[in-house]
Unconditional design. Structure first.
Length: 269
């Protein structure tokens, strides 16, 4: 009869270490490293959020404008509700009656220092019925701006999954109107983007080289088309790499094997 395998104190500690690390591996989940929910109880400008906003081909600075026919923060309930505040984009031709309305906008936040390796960027979005609103994600790397080239459509830009009123936006199932972008530095995912206040706001050509870094110092949206677009809950989530934890747990197990072998005890795995 084979005697029962007994573990000494050292081996027990190693096994506890290994099991704990394996459980940690299984419980890994995404952590939010950045969030902007545009919270506001009344219509306000982007400057109040710490953001900048620009309109039209000459990048007119509209950061301090809170008029209803422009790019501004609405005080209505967003998504997820019932929290109030979301980014509203009223897209159309600039005119005397609507001097702050443009067919394209860029809105950005700078001063960040976030390593987006292994990260996913998400936001909620809808458009008014009949709207042609579309957008690209913007990131700033080493002082230069880049616009996303990939999306959940066959085009380089994102479009709403649902259309309707502001109430429809608030009441929508969040997962049904959430857009996601898996961050990568690959050149195929990005185009150059010019944002020069008072001079130029334009999408450039697709990159031929990868982004210089995965660390971003700014984030935002390039919004274009026509009609009304609503955006909320911009988040960056980072998923910890399980490889290191797995390696540590495996090392603990093999440490036990080697320990017992050195004592002349055979272990069948």
């Amino acid at each position: 009869m084979t005697p029962p395998l007994r573990l000494n104190r050292t081996e027990c500690c190693l096994w506890i270490w290994a099991i704990t690390l394996w459980m940690a591996c299984l419980s890994l989940h995404a952590s939010v490293i950045y969030s902007e929910t545009f919270d506001s109880s009344s219509n306000t400008n982007l400057s109040a959020m710490g953001w900048k906003a620009y309109g039209g081909a000459t990048a007119v600075d509209i950061s301090s404008v809170a008029a209803s026919n422009t790019l501004f923060v609405s005080g209505a309930a967003g998504n997820p509700g019932p929290a109030t505040g979301y980014l509203a984009a009223i897209i159309g031709n600039n005119s005397t009656s609507n001097p702050n309305e443009y067919t394209s906008y860029a809105t950005i936040e700078t001063g960040l220092n976030l390593d987006l390796t292994g990260s996913t960027i998400s936001w909620t979005m809808n458009g008014s019925t009949g709207a042609t609103v579309r957008l690209r994600l913007l990131v700033q790397v080493n002082g230069s701006w880049y616009a996303s080239n990939v999306s959940d459509t066959s085009y380089g830009y994102y479009t709403p999954s649902q259309y309707g009123t502001g109430t429809d936006f608030t009441n929508a199932v969040t997962s049904d109107i959430t857009k996601t972008f898996t961050f990568t530095t690959n050149s195929s995912a990005w185009s150059s983007f010019t944002l020069d206040s008072g001079n130029s706001l334009s999408l450039g050509s697709a990159l031929t080289q990868s982004l210089e870094s995965s660390v971003i110092t700014g984030i935002g949206f390039y919004i274009m088309g026509g009609g009304t677009g609503r955006l909320d809950t911009l988040e960056i989530s980072s998923v910890p790499e399980p490889g290191l934890v797995t390696l540590m747990a495996s090392s603990a197990f093999f440490a036990i094997v080697l320990y017992r072998q050195r004592k002349g005890v055979k272990i069948t795995v």
